[in-house]
Design a protein around this ligand. Structure first.
Ligand code: MTE
Length: 317
């Protein structure tokens, strides 16, 4: 991502201290304790409203999930600032109710859904997905949601639709990062826009997400509804959505507008295609020390590689 200010703490600082001490030597434990003040700065949210969901074994990983505290205090949500702990510190200004999501564009049956109506219509399931960020860190998160395809089929895309455009709420009153005065510069063009090809959006792995860790989404993770695209870098998974539009051209995304040479439209996790400023060959799983090799399509190649058959993934990065 475009980091114009150094993040205030590193991923290794947010490991759950107790687990850390059990696993590591005294020296490593002492280092963790020295770092705990940073953890306190961006506290994990109080438990949210529980959200029941059926577990989907088809989408589960064998690895343990990242600690809830880490997943909710170390992430990107530029509407709250560019530091990793800004979302957790500032997300209290977001009001996820009342909320509506407009689904329109090249569809036969456009509709605006009130958020709780949306959640009632599509029974939620829990899926444990690996999330890989373009900056080289990754997490394992039990998301709760339903296939985006279920919603798209309901509004009946017409033959003209080739892509889906996602739009995050534009409201500087709720998102301090959208105020021109916030940092003295505009980090991105607002609202945050992302997009997928229609076949990517209809793929069964693509999840319209309304919860995580058994509860409704915390504000900093994109309340009340976001997308999760597990085989792409995290920035494709747009948060706090107000509009899902079926369009006839490839959407111009927020990151492409900001830095087109660094953030392409596809953004598939690919260890063989480096970011211009750093390698994508390895990643640091939050809570681990050693970097691990990054997997093509974030480990979902069996399921999604066919979407890109014949494409030069270095060119279409
Ligand atoms: N959505 C919006 N609206 N604004 C953002 O800044 N950041 C993206 C993505 N979605 C972002 C966003 C990036 S870069 C990442 S890595 C993920 O959210 C991180 O959030 P998560 O850990 O909750 O998935």
């Amino acid at each position: 991502m475009l980091i114009r200010k150094a993040p205030r703490f590193r991923s290794s600082e947010i490991t759950d201290v107790k687990a850390y001490l059990n696993r590591r030597s005294f020296m490593a434990g002492a280092a963790a304790l020295a770092l705990t003040p940073s953890v306190a700065r961006a506290a994990a949210p109080a438990p949210g409203r529980p959200l029941a969901a059926t577990r989907s074994p088809a989408f589960s990983l064998s690895e343990p999930p990242t600690k809830f505290e880490a997943a909710t205090t170390y992430n990107n949500f530029y509407e709250f600032g560019v530091n990793k702990d800004d979302p957790a510190r500032l997300a209290g200004s977001l009001k996820p109710r009342p909320w509506a999501v407009q689904v329109d564009g090249h569809v036969a049956r456009p509709k605006t859904y009130e958020i709780d109506e949306l959640i009632r219509l599509f029974p939620p399931e829990e899926r444990v997905y690996a999330l890989r960020c373009v900056e080289g860190w990754s997490m394992i998160i039990p998301w709760i949601g339903f296939p985006l395809a279920s919603l798209l089929k309901r509004v009946e895309p017409t033959g003209k639709a080739t892509h889906v455009e996602f739009t995050t709420l534009l409201d500087p009153a709720q998102f301090p990062g959208q105020r021109p005065s916030f940092l003295g510069f505009s980090s991105l063009e607002w609202p945050y826009i992302e997009g997928l090809r229609l076949d990517e959006a209809l793929h069964p792995l693509t999840l319209l997400t309304v919860g995580m860790y058994g509860q409704v989404l915390p504000n900093q993770n994109g309340a009340p509804v976001r997308v999760v695209v597990p085989w792409k870098y995290g920035f494709k998974s747009a948060k706090s959505l107000v509009r899902i539009r079926l369009v006839a051209e490839q959407p111009r995304t927020a990151w492409e507008k900001a830095a087109p040479h660094e953030y392409g439209f596809y953004s598939n996790v690919n260890p063989a295609v480096d970011h211009p400023r750093w390698s994508q060959a390895t990643e640091r799983r939050i809570g681990e020390f050693r970097r691990r090799p990054t997997l093509l399509f974030n480990g979902y190649a069996d399921q999604v590689a066919s979407l890109y058959a014949g494409m030069d993934l270095k060119k279409h990065f």
